[in-house]
Write a protein that binds this ligand. Structure first.
Ligand SMILES: *Cc1c(COP(=O)(O)O)cnc(C)c1O
Length: 388
């Protein structure tokens, strides 16, 4: 069996109205940031998910850098986060001089192991940054409890977690990004909802409200000035140019109008992968993603965990031969060229395990049901016949 067309790992989905809204923004004569489309997007997120305050940014990386500034992270502060994550999670805090204390992943899934956080806390610890890997929630009740007892801030790296929820012990569902003091989302073209490059800072703790706007607008009180709250527009704090242009916001708004249909299709495909590959005959080579009972699945990513790195390398080759592009990612950050000498030497066994064995399969809106069946057939044959 060989499919004729090359199936990429990701293909950006266009809802159809992107250029219409961009034209509208251009014709309105207002294309710098914080205009009509920026407000439409921010209001959408605030209303739909109950986020206290949303600020669009040019990337999730920028939103994380804003979070580090807002928390007043300075030289010598310690920030706890998983090692199995994208570089921006750590880089934002390293830019402010923080020491990163990397935590290991759980045995059964890549999210950070809550049971190991508390031993990493010292008098210098300022914050815990959680990453909802694959849009699957971290155990937020446990994390918020630890943070409250030790007086720490919690930042959610929710880059992959749009439209996903945490289900608390009391059964109440909370949107990811609404639980920590601050949260950061990404609209990079590989995420569920996109604007090319793009992101959003969510402020859930009202004490950060005023300062977040100032940092967002280059350290000025421009927003307060235009609301008539101050009579001079001045440089009052540090900041940067974190807000995207209206062109980016217009693109994003066209995507938001299709959020439900995008999510529905991605979940359908994700469930097909899960059902077709959940077969005990394959278990010696590949394991299915594990979704804890407190987590929802927003179908950001379908990944497999291979039994070892050789199986993964071979499987990538076999899929490629059939024109399917699969990828792996995240080399543990504690072993990275930038950070390994600063790491305290603790072994992070599970993080390294996922770095060596996790494989992401193609998953995007326009992937067809037949594509999923074909990919699963190749994987099944590989697992039952390969000598690896
Ligand atoms: C994609 C991603 C980022 C970075 O997002 P950008 O919008 O590209 O800056 C950060 N953290 C995680 C976990 C991501 O998946």
């Amino acid at each position: 069996m060989k499919s004729n067309n090359y199936i990429p790992f990701n293909k950006p989905y266009l809802s159809g109205k992107e250029t219409e809204y961009i034209n509208d923004a251009v014709e309105s004569g207002k294309i710098s940031g914080n205009g009509k489309y920026t407000k439409l997007c921010q209001d959408y997120f605030q209303n739909r998910y109950g986020f206290y305050k949303c600020l669009l940014t040019t990337s999730c990386t920028d939103a994380l850098e804003m979070a580090a500034i807002l928390l007043n992270i300075k030289e010598g502060d310690e920030v706890i986060m998983p090692s199995f994550t994208f570089v921006s999670t750590a880089n934002a805090f390293v830019l402010r001089g923080a020491k990163i204390v990397f935590a290991d992943s759980k045995m059964d899934e890549p999210n950070l192991d809550v049971n190991r956080i508390e031993t990493l806390i010292t008098p210098l610890t300022k914050a815990i940054v959680v990453v909802h890997y694959a849009g699957v929630a971290c155990d937020m009740d446990a994390i918020m409890d630890i943070a409250n007892r030790h007086n720490l801030y919690v930042v959610e790296d929710a880059a992959q977690a749009i439209d996903s929820h945490y289900i608390g012990a009391n059964g109440v569902k909370k949107p990811l990004g609404s639980i920590g003091h601050l949260a950061a989302f990404s609209f990079h073209e590989t995420k569920n909802i996109i604007s090319g490059e793009g992101g959003m800072l969510v402020v859930n703790d009202p004490t950060f409200e005023m300062r977040s706007e100032i940092i967002w607008e280059k350290g000025t009180n421009r927003s307060a000035f235009f609301r008539g709250e101050v009579d001079k527009y001045a440089w009052v704090d540090i900041g940067s140019s974190f807000l995207p242009s209206e062109i980016v916001a217009a693109f994003l708004y066209a995507q938001l109008e299709h959020l439900d249909s995008i999510q529905q299709k991605r979940k359908l495909l994700w469930n097909m992968f899960f059902n077709l590959l959940s077969n005990s005959a394959l278990e010696s080579k590949i394991k299915m993603p594990f979704i804890p009972h407190y987590a929802e699945n927003n179908a950001h990513m379908f990944y497999l965990v291979c039994d070892n790195i050789n199986t993964r390398t071979k499987l990538i080759e076999v899929l490629k031969k059939h024109n399917f592009h699969s990828v792996f990612h995240y080399l543990s950050l504690h072993n990275s060229p930038l950070y390994y000498q600063r790491h305290d030497g603790r072994e992070l066994f599970n993080s390294d395990k996922y770095a060596e064995t996790l494989l992401r399969l193609p998953l995007f809106y326009e992937l067809s049901v037949q594509n999923v069946k074909d990919i699963c057939k190749v994987i099944s044959e590989f697992c039952t016949t390969s000598e690896v």
